[in-house]
Design a protein around this ligand. Structure first.
Ligand SMILES: C[S@@+](CC[C@H](N)C(=O)[O-])C[C@H]1O[C@@H](n2cnc3c(N)ncnc32)[C@H](O)[C@@H]1O
Length: 273
């Protein structure tokens, strides 16, 4: 993919020009950025407003000036930008953990991926971006109100056709079989190991996200007993940097801990000699 040539949920190359109905990212700085739909009406910031329809026909990557002279860059939003704008009825995974897990799982076009713990749909959207345009994500969530919110979020990101939503606890088994990967983000992930084993192809991958070491240990025990090989369990620490010339250094504060990421593969039983 050529960077910037596709929108978050767009499956084919897009025009470089902004069209009526597009969702755009308006970027002032790292803290002041907004997603807006290009339609009749004004977009207001604390530094003035502009008419959204003025964007129609302009090339992505340019800027627009508000009534008070503030320049805003106008970018095509990435999936990440849309996810950051989601309503979040639940805790969501951090991009560092999502990105690493997707690479570890080797998620690509055409894959069929199972998810348990849809939550707000952040990981669902990243998975959908990964398996597009020919794959499918099957996601399970037991709380109907979270499933509704996640569905609205995933639709907003443009990935609705790539995701099948189940309002169900899949502990006793998933509806799908022969899947390439399973991701589990909930409090007791060890309960999903048996169902995951049943649904995965031989060698299929599993990613589990656990906030505490106790949960990680229980998951690791269940995975080993359940026929998986654990490839690794990691914690990813990320430090942001200030980038102003002469002051380049780490930010004073950082996110200390998010989740431990466990990656495992399904091992088929050894045939009897
Ligand atoms: C931390 S949230 C997942 C957040 C999600 N990964 C995201 O990035 O938006 C965990 C979710 O798992 C759901 N959940 C917990 N146990 C479950 C189960 N046994 N079956 C289905 N969903 C479950 C909870 O209702 C909650 O919405």
């Amino acid at each position: 993919m050529v960077n910037g040539s596709r929108g978050p949920g767009e499956l084919a190359p897009l025009s470089r020009e902004i069209k009526l109905g597009d969702r755009v990212l308006l970027y002032q700085d790292a803290r002041r950025k907004w997603i807006a739909k290009v339609e009749p009406g004004r977009f207001h910031t604390h530094r003035g407003y502009f008419e959204l329809a003025e964007l129609v026909g302009k090339e992505y990557g340019g800027s627009i000036r508000t009534s008070m002279g503030q320049n805003l860059a106008v970018f095509r939003p990435r999936a990440l930008d849309i996810v950051e704008s989601f309503d979040r009825p639940t805790q969501i995974l951090y991009p560092k953990d999502i990105g690493y897990a997707l690479f570890q799982l080797g998620v690509g076009n055409g894959d069929r991926v199972l998810e348990v713990g849809t939550g707000s749909g952040a990981l669902t959207s990243a998975l959908a971006r990964g398996i597009a345009p020919d794959g499918q994500v099957f996601t399970y969530e037991m709380r109907p109100e979270f499933l509704r919110a996640a569905k609205a979020n995933v639709d907003k990101a443009g990935f609705g056709s790539l995701v099948t939503f189940h309002n169900k606890d899949p502990t006793e088994g998933f509806d799908e079989t022969g899947v390439d990967a399973v991701v589990v983000d909930l409090g007791d992930p060890w309960r999903m190991v048996r169902a995951a084993y049943g649904a995965l192809v031989g060698g299929g991958l599993l990613a589990g996200f656990t906030p505490t070491i106790n949960q990680l240990e229980k998951l690791a025990i269940a995975l080993r007993e359940g026929g998986f090989v654990i490839l690794e369990a990691v914690e990813l620490l990320m430090r942001e940097f200030k980038t102003e010339a002469g002051k380049v250094r780490p930010e004073t504060r950082m996110i200390g801990h998010t989740a431990y990421v466990t990656i495992a593969r399904k091992l088929l039983p050894t045939p009897e000699a």
